[in-house]
Design a protein around this ligand. Structure first.
Ligand code: CP
Ligand code: NVA
Length: 301
């Protein structure tokens, strides 16, 4: 059997992704009903975190236990990859001993190199370039609240970052239109945009991007690793806040999503993230269910 990895949303077919979302919704129902489902008994997931995490760690670890397996947290502070053991060697060793490896790191190329040498599935738990697990949860959340996302208009306001890139891939894979509003110097990667063709429109005016949108999404202005740019970015992104005025431009039924952690008063006001259009808590919970569906997909026949 060929090993399947999940480095970006493009690693699964459109049909596989849709099945995975449906399965996530089903597994969530089973969990709420107290049904025991343990297809991953005795399987082990290694979780490598080179950046901080709350949701990703807790959801993967909980998900593995609920599926009957085990998750192992590995930090660079106490492992040999923090002391410079080559990625290729770490990949071969970790993937031979465990059944899957989840990685959160900086350069996307590092994750790709790891996957190249791994003999078991590798999951991207966030790189500087992409955050595909978050998109599984976001799309599941949309399906639960509104049904199919095909044909919807989504707007992403803020930084052309890892979340923005994964939204671009989601627009291709789930067939929706994405309007992106960023400050001029913070546009998403042009190759990722180009690959999406007419599914993506780049703008610099957030109000125009939000016009009639069915879903409004934002993310922090300074991502992990960009902490020293925080104050410069606060100035650059000042007009890119999701607030009452911006939401008033969207479809009155529009939902609001944010991958979290959020900075109230920066990229979003408290009124919006804590208001009736926000589904951020469902979105956070769905990390668990969507990743359980992913683990089942990658680790069982
Ligand atoms: N959204 C998300 O990935 O959260 P954590 O950084 O807490 O894992
Ligand atoms: N863009 C953010 C997402 C955090 C889940 C970051 O990379 O820090």
């Amino acid at each position: 059997m060929n090993v399947r990895h999940f480095l970006t949303l493009m690693d699964l077919s459109q049909e596989e992704l849709r099945q995975l979302i449906e399965r996530a919704i089903e597994l969530k129902q089973w969990q709420k009903q107290g049904r025991i489902f343990e297809p991953l008994k005795h399987k082990v997931l290694a979780m490598v975190f080179e950046k901080s995490s709350t949701r990703t760690r807790v959801s993967f670890e909980t998900g593995m236990v609920q599926l009957g397996g085990h998750a192992m947290f590995l930090s660079p502070r106490d492992t040999q990859f923090g002391r410079g053991e080559p990625i290729e060697d770490s990949a071969r060793v970790l993937s031979r001993i465990t059944d899957a490896v989840m990685i959160r790191t900086f350069e996307h190329e590092k994750l790709e190199r790891f996957a190249e040498y791994a003999v078991s599935p590798v999951i991207n738990a966030l790189t500087d370039q992409y955050h595909p697990c978050q998109l599984l949860a976001d799309i599941q959340t949309w399906f639960e609240h509104r049904g199919d996302i095909r044909g919807a208009t989504v707007c992403f306001i803020g930084d052309g970052n890892n979340m923005c890139h994964s939204y671009i891939n989601a627009a291709r894979q789930f067939d929706f239109h994405l309007r992106i509003a960023t400050p001029a110097g913070y546009k998403p990667d042009k190759n990722i945009v180009a690959a999406a063709g007419n599914r993506v429109t780049l703008l610099e005016d957030p109000l125009t991007a939000a016009q009639g949108a069915d879903l409004v999404v934002t993310d922090v202005w300074a991502s992990m690793g960009q902490e020293q740019e925080q104050s410069a970015r606060e100035k650059e992104f000042a007009g890119f806040q999701v607030n009452r005025e911006l939401m008033a431009n969207a479809n009155p039924e529009a939902l609001f999503m944010h991958c979290l952690p959020a900075h109230r008063g920066e990229e979003v006001t408290a009124e919006i993230i804590d208001g009736p259009q926000s589904v951020v808590w469902d979105e956070a919970e769905n990390r668990l269910h969507a990743q359980k569906a992913l683990l089942e997909f990658l680790l069982t026949d």
